[in-house]
Design a protein around this ligand. Structure first.
Ligand SMILES: C[S@@+](CC[C@H](N)C(=O)[O-])C[C@H]1O[C@@H](n2cnc3c(N)ncnc32)[C@H](O)[C@@H]1O
Length: 278
């Protein structure tokens, strides 16, 4: 079959699935991935014949996508800060807003060989990115899920990032202090979790989403531990949902840490809380 015929088949197949806003775009994206080429090539070569093996892979992917499986799990990878990360259903698919944590971290003043801790590493997207973007840094990453740590370790290995891993509950199993602590912990509240799209609820790990009654359970536990974890002058960068900042209240009184920066998303909502230990 030709590129144009497969794209038409893809759009028709994906149109059967409710909640996919752009079946044509998704079909093009999947075909490009099956062919191992850029979407621009697919657009520019409608008459080209597609090898049978690639067409078979594409048809299989279409069926999975039409049944609701997230596209990044289907192709097995997701971009983050310009690199491809392997993703499996053991880890959350990295979200674009998490790049704001990296952006904020890179603007902080830092010494020669900063010690960085990533709590709840998932795919390892934050730990690996910071290790590669801050040469000389010493990065440690943790997650409660052993399966997630396996995925993160494989990503660190493939992308040649020097990251160490220590599975455990938040940072309770760790000694020593860190110059930077980053965390994108689960922050979906009990009320919001039932309203998540089926695609997320059915396929992404519950452990990566559920943040308790008002979404701040894990954030509060980590906040309480930050005075112990941070070196003097060290910073913590915590990603949170659009509603969590107000729910956390006066963090400085609770922890003795100074709130020094606010990471705002494109809508101007505070999504990254940046704290410093004086
Ligand atoms: C929202 S995901 C973020 C993953 C990754 N950092 C990212 O930004 O894509 C939260 C991660 O925290 C992990 N997690 C949940 N509870 C935890 C706990 N008590 N201790 C450590 N990690 C935990 C989950 O397994 C999941 O990988």
């Amino acid at each position: 079959m030709t590129v144009a015929e497969l794209l038409a088949l893809g759009a028709t197949t994906l149109e059967t699935r409710e909640g996919l806003p752009n079946p044509h775009r998704e079909a093009r994206w999947l075909l490009a991935r099956a062919l191992g080429c850029a979407e621009a090539w697919v657009l520019a070569h409608p008459e080209e014949r597609v090898p049978g093996a690639a067409a078979d892979v594409y048809r299989g992917w279409l069926a999975r996508r039409a049944s609701g499986e997230p596209a990044h799990y289907i192709v097995g990878s997701c971009p983050f800060w310009g690199r491809q990360f392997t993703v499996t259903p053991a880890v959350l698919i990295p979200r674009p807003e998490t790049e704001l944590v990296v952006e904020c971290a890179l603007t902080l003043p830092r010494g020669e060989r900063p010690r960085i801790l990533d709590v709840g590493t998932g795919s390892g997207c934050l730990a690996v990115t910071l290790a590669l973007e801050i040469p000389g840094s010493r990065v440690l990453a943790t997650d409660l899920s052993l399966a997630a740590v396996d995925v993160a370790r494989a990503n660190a290995c493939r992308l040649r990032a020097g990251v160490r891993f220590a599975a455990g509950d938040l940072a309770t199993h760790l000694g020593g202090t860190f110059d930077v602590v980053v965390a994108n912990l689960p922050y979906v509240s009990n009320a919001d979790i039932v309203g998540l799209p089926v695609e997320i609820l059915r396929y992404e790990p519950h452990l990566a989403l559920a943040g308790g009654e008002d979404g701040t359970d894990l954030l509060e536990l980590l906040l309480a531990d930050l005075p112990r974890l941070l070196a003097t002058g060290g910073h913590a960068l915590l990603e949170m949902g659009p509603w969590q900042r107000a729910r956390l209240g006066d963090v400085t009184t609770a922890t003795g840490l100074l709130e020094v920066q606010r990471g705002l998303d494109h809508a101007g909502i505070e999504r990254v809380l940046v704290l410093r230990k004086e």
